[in-house]
Design a protein around this ligand. Structure first.
Ligand SMILES: [Fe+2]
Length: 170
């Protein structure tokens, strides 16, 4: 498993405390795809790549199940406080944006805030892993809503699924 480029120690620590199986729908392969999508969104916008990478690692880190778990965002936002300065560092502004993005990522509506919107988009663009096509109505950035971006993200999500199951054809 490839650890996060900039925060390998943090990645290791988060993996060790993760309560769900490693092949969980909200586990490390999802975090990696969210990280890759985040990098693409940062290249096509002014979104902060550090916040995006930290978001990919933290946002589902405290999930207790793969179903409806409204508390995991707020819980992850609290969890990261004691790790700052130990496993990662960032500016106060980056931390503020990261905490908001993580806390509200499940229910947050599309926003004009580029970095927070990019965080939520990076998560929502990986929905095809559960058979849901990403819907532009729930995406914040113009680049995220483009058909080429959505198709690229779908392809990524499908690559780790059963090769016989090609949802793009259906
Ligand atoms: Fe997620």
């Amino acid at each position: 498993m490839q650890l996060s480029l900039h925060f390998p120690e943090l990645h290791r620590f988060i993996l060790e405390q993760f309560e769900l199986p490693l092949d969980s729908l909200h586990g490390p392969s999802h975090w990696a795809r969210v990280g890759r999508i985040g990098k693409r969104l940062a290249r096509h916008s002014t979104a902060d790549p550090v916040v995006l990478e930290l978001f990919s690692l933290f946002h589902d880190s405290r999930r207790k199940n793969d179903d409806w778990d409204l508390e995991h965002g707020p819980e992850a936002a609290r969890f990261m406080v004691k790790l700052r300065g130990v496993y990662f560092d960032c500016t106060d502004l980056q931390f503020e944006q990261l905490q908001y993005a993580v806390q509200h990522h499940t229910t947050g509506k599309p926003t004009d805030h580029i970095t927070i919107g990019a965080c939520w988009d990076s998560d929502r663009l990986d929905l095809m892993r559960v058979g849901i096509r990403p819907d532009p109505a729930y995406l914040s950035l113009e680049h995220s809503r483009e058909e080429t971006t959505i198709l690229w993200a779908i392809q990524q999500s499908l690559e780790e699924m059963d090769p016989d199951l090609n949802l793009l054809d259906s």
